[in-house]
Structure formats: structure tokens, C-alpha cells
Design a protein around this ligand. Structure first.
Ligand code: AP5
Length: 208
């Protein structure tokens, strides 16, 4: 299965992807995780990406498209993949369409996780993650177990200011992606408010 998760910051894309990949047996490819890894490694690409990410801006289409298209060309993506956070602009959609077309494959489904703006700041500022396992938690809604709580880290772009900018970018640059996939007849909307298990069940029901 070739699928895409889109939605505003804090919609639960990473959380739900982690719950789905074992079941679907496809790699989870998060553009945000790949850019953060490049920033940690201190590569030139990573430094450039970091300068956009820390203020909540979008990294340029050429950089992100390059790393994602290279990643989905790897052998472990031959039977499918779950893209999370890409494509995020109409030019990224176009680049992905062209790459898939030239490989003779098609997308199966695009899941749009919807959350009202008023819930997003609380979700983002309460997010913590485990640097050892990569697991995502929330201080209130999905608290980390006591044995790992001491090693939780917060993303540098999870400030209120950067989050507001990320949300503005979502409305301005990413929402135009939605009608493009609606026109292809592969977009499905998921209400991403409620307990995590319920949201996973909504997604699984649609995938069936
Ligand atoms: P990226 O890492 O993709 O960030 P994002 O899209 O802003 O999404 P988040 O990771 O913040 O949220 P999520 O939907 O995964 O939510 P999560 O599951 O963690 O991108 C970061 C940056 O990289 C961008 O700003 C940009 O600069 C750059 N970038 C990346 N891709 C790019 C691209 N294609 N083009 C250009 N630039 C790009 O959940 C959030 C919190 O909510 C967690 O604490 C979780 O526990 C909690 N939560 C989840 N579900 C629920 C629920 N149902 N109820 C209560 N709490 C919940």
C-alpha cells in the first residue's frame, strides 16, 4: 500500500503512523524526522533545514523533495510506504506524482487527519518524545511511563510562537494540496479528535 498522512501540526500523524506500520508492514517515512536527523548530523542540508524549521517555516521544496524521492526509491519501499508530512505543497504533489508515474505505480490513499485549530497549541506544547525509542507522548493525554519520564525531550519548534507559524503555513501552503487529492478520488478525512485507540480504529476501518 502506498499512502500519505496529511494534517496540521499536532494532528497525530506521527502517533498514528507508529500504530499502523506494524500492521501494514510498510516503512513509515516522516519528512520532519528525516530533516531533524540531518540537522542532528550537522550536514549542510541539515543546517539549512534547521534554519527554516526552528521558526516554523517550511523547508524549500527542492530540499524536501530530493530526500523523499531518494528514500522511496529504496528497495524496502517497493511494496509500499507511508508518507507523513510530505507532500506539503502543490509543487511537492506534482514532483511525487511524476516520480510515481515514471516508476509505473500509483498512490492508494491519502488520509487527512483533522483537528480544530484551538486544540493544536495544547497538543504541540504538551508533546514530549523519547530520544531512545522515538516514541511520542503527551504530558496530559498520553503521559510517558515513569521509567522513561526522566529522559523525555521537547522539540525546539514546539514553542507557542513556532506553532502559530506552522499552523499559518499549514493553512496557506498545505491546505491547497487537499483538493488535488480529492480530484484524484483518493482523499479520506479522519476526525482526529478523541482517544488514540478510537482514531486508530477509524483509520483501520477506512483502510479495510
Ligand atoms: P513535522 O515533523 O512533519 O511536523 P508537523 O507536520 O508540524 O507535525 P507534528 O510532528 O508536529 O505533528 P503530528 O501530526 O505528527 O502529531 P503527533 O502525532 O506528534 O515537520 C516539522 C518541520 O519540518 C516543519 O515545520 C517544516 O519546517 C519541516 N518540514 C517537514 N516536512 C516538510 C515538507 N514536506 N516541506 C517543507 N518543510 C517540511 O501528536 C502531537 C501531540 O499530540 C503528541 O504529544 C501526541 O501525544 C498528542 N496527540 C496525538 N493524538 C492525540 C489525540 N487524539 N488526543 C490527544 N493528544 C493527541
Amino acid at each position: 500500500m502506498r499512502m500519505i498522512l496529511i494534517g496540521p501540526p499536532g494532528a497525530g500523524k506521527g502517533t498514528q503512523a507508529a500504530r499502523l506500520v506494524d500492521r501494514l508492514k510498510i516503512p513509515h517515512i516522516s519528512s520532519g524526522d528525516m530533516l531533524r536527523a540531518a540537522a542532528r548530523e550537522g550536514t549542510e542540508l541539515g543546517k539549512t533545514a534547521q534554519s527554516f524549521m526552528k521558526v516554523g517555516g517550511l523547508v524549500t521544496d527542492d530540499i524536501v523533495t530530493g530526500i523523499i524521492l531518494e528514500r522511496i526509491a529504496k528497495p524496502d519501499c517497493a511494496q509500499g510506504f507511508m508518507l507523513d508530512g510530505f507532500p506539503r505543497t502543490p509543487p511537492q504533489v506534482e514532483a511525487l506524482n511524476q516520480a510515481l508515474q515514471s516508476s509505473g505505480v500509483t498512490l492508494d490513499i491519502v488520509l487527512l487527519l483533522s483537528v480544530p485549530d484551538e486544540l493544536i497549541i495544547e497538543r504541540i506544547t504538551g508533546r514530549r518524545s523519547d530520544p531512545v525509542t522515538g516514541a511520542i507522548y503527551h504530558l496530559k493525554y498520553n503521559p510517558p511511563p515513569s521509567e522513561v519520564v526522566g529522559r523525555m525531550v521537547q522539540r525546539p519548534d514546539d514553542t507557542i510562537e513556532a506553532c502559530r507559524e506552522r499552523l499559518a503555513k499549514y493553512h496557506c501552503d498545505t491546505e491547497p494540496v487537499i483538493p488535488l487529492y480529492e480530484a484524484q478520488g483518493i482523499l479520506k478525512r479522519i476526525d482526529s479528535v478523541g482517544p488514540l485507540d478510537e482514531i486508530t480504529a477509524r483509520i483501520v476501518a477506512i483502510l479495510r
